[in-house]
Write a protein of this length. Structure first.
Ligand SMILES: Cc1cc2nc3c(=O)[nH]c(=O)nc-3n(C[C@H](O)[C@H](O)[C@H](O)COP(=O)(O)O)c2cc1C
Ligand code: SF4
Ligand code: SF4
Length: 350
């Protein structure tokens, strides 16, 4: 039997609080092991990671530039958007308001579609991928499916709504072939009870079994694109509700600080995916700061946009950050009241 040659598996993810990373890397690693190829991992969680990826994409299209020739080794190896020929891409995103988080959408679109130049890339695409393209794409001889991809929408036990379809749709638009897809419930980062303990052993077992099925699909050369429930080009986001059923308005909510608990360590600033936290934006003296007696501490300030991802809060070892926005807290209550009891199961599309 003729196999599709996969040269490696690449996990690509945005993951402020870690669930998407765990799930995406788990699937990528499982597939890499089954296929006997290397696995590598790329985060676009932090602003610097996204900037580097875009710079490298720029270079990757300046085919003849000195700069590109010099940089093909290391920097290009580990960024999303620059996929090796035959690389199977497992791309995970959390669901925010039923879709790809809107502050990452431009980046995802840019990597997957705007810079897509199938004709320019055709040369670098492995022979095998051309074979796949001929096999599955009868519409046009010219278009080339570049890499095979597996979109993963991770969500906090409410709903993934249009997230998986949106990600799969962007892959399709960019000339990639979405060979499978996963909608994966996980712990909701807003809450301790919603999706608590997920992913658990049953979830990992489901992913293990699914990886085997994906392998068989690849071995059978049955590389047909998969459709996902939801809209590929949704116009709206899910409207969060308060406990009383009215729309919850917390767009402007930001973390609040217990200055007496803060040591000025800077972790929150380092993990903020929006680069919105400045250390030293405010000062506290030793009277306010119990943890560091006898010296002034640089406290974090929050001048930039906040997407409520919870990364700063969850990474703070001192419990110095919290949200007090009434609508935000009421929305969390509503989610817990309505979605904590029912266990959502992984949905696997092949
Ligand atoms: C701003 C925001 C909006 C979210 N919206 C949804 C949603 O619409 N549906 C859902 O089930 N979970 C939702 N979640 C939960 C996340 O999808 C879930 O917590 C995910 O694991 C976060 O990924 P991470 O741990 O990789 O950061 C939302 C989380 C955040 C921060
Ligand atoms: S809020 Fe927490 S993470 Fe941020 S500087 Fe203070 S102690 Fe460190
Ligand atoms: S400030 Fe907002 S965007 Fe930045 S890490 Fe904290 S919750 Fe996330």
């Amino acid at each position: 039997m003729k196999n599709i040659e996969i040269s490696g598996v690449r996990a690509v993810y945005f993951s402020p609080t870690g669930s998407t990373k765990i799930i995406t890397e788990y699937v990528a690693k499982g597939l890499a092991e089954l296929l006997g190829v290397p696995m590598r991992s790329t985060s676009y969680t932090l602003p610097g990671e996204r900037a580097r990826a875009l710079t490298s994409m720029e270079l990757s299209h300046r085919e003849d530039s000195e700069e590109r020739l010099q940089s093909t080794a290391k920097p290009l190896q580990n960024v999303p958007g620059v996929f090796a020929p035959g690389e199977l891409v497992v791309w995970g995103t959390p669901t925010y308001a039923g879709r790809i988080p809107n502050k990452t959408l431009d980046f995802v679109r840019e990597i997957l579609t705007t810079r897509a130049k199938p004709e320019a890339l055709a040369d670098s695409v492995g022979k095998v991928v051309k074979e796949i393209s001929t096999a599955v794409n009868s519409e046009s001889d010219k278009s080339v499916f570049r890499n095979l991809m597996i979109p993963i929408a991770v969500y906090g036990n409410r709903s993934f709504d249009n997230c998986l379809a949106e990600l799969g749709g962007l892959m399709k638009k960019g000339g990639y072939l979405q060979v499978a897809g996963i909608a994966m419930p996980t712990r909701h980062t807003f809450s301790k009870t919603l999706g608590a303990g997920r992913p658990d052993s049953a979830d990992f077992k489901a992913l293990d079994d699914f990886c085997v099925k994906i392998k068989h699909k690849l071995m059978d050369m049955a590389v047909t694109p998969v459709a996902f429930p939801g809209e590929e080009e949704p116009e709206r986001y899910y409207t969060p509700l308060r406990a009383d059923g009215e729309p919850a308005k917390f767009l402007k909510a930001k973390p609040q600080l217990h200055p007496e608990k803060c040591t000025g360590c800077g972790t929150c600033a380092a993990v903020c995916p929006m680069g919105s936290i400045e250390i030293g934006g405010a000062k506290a003296n030793s009277d306010d700061v119990a943890a560091v007696p006898g010296r002034a501490v640089n406290l974090p300030a929050f001048p930039g946009i906040c997407i409520k991802c919870q990364a700063c809060m969850q990474h703070c070892q001192n419990g110095a950050l919290y949200f007090d926005d009434a609508d935000f807290l009421s929305h969390v209550k509503m989610l817990e009241a309505n979605f904590a009891k029912e266990r959502k199961e992984p949905q696997l599309f092949l």
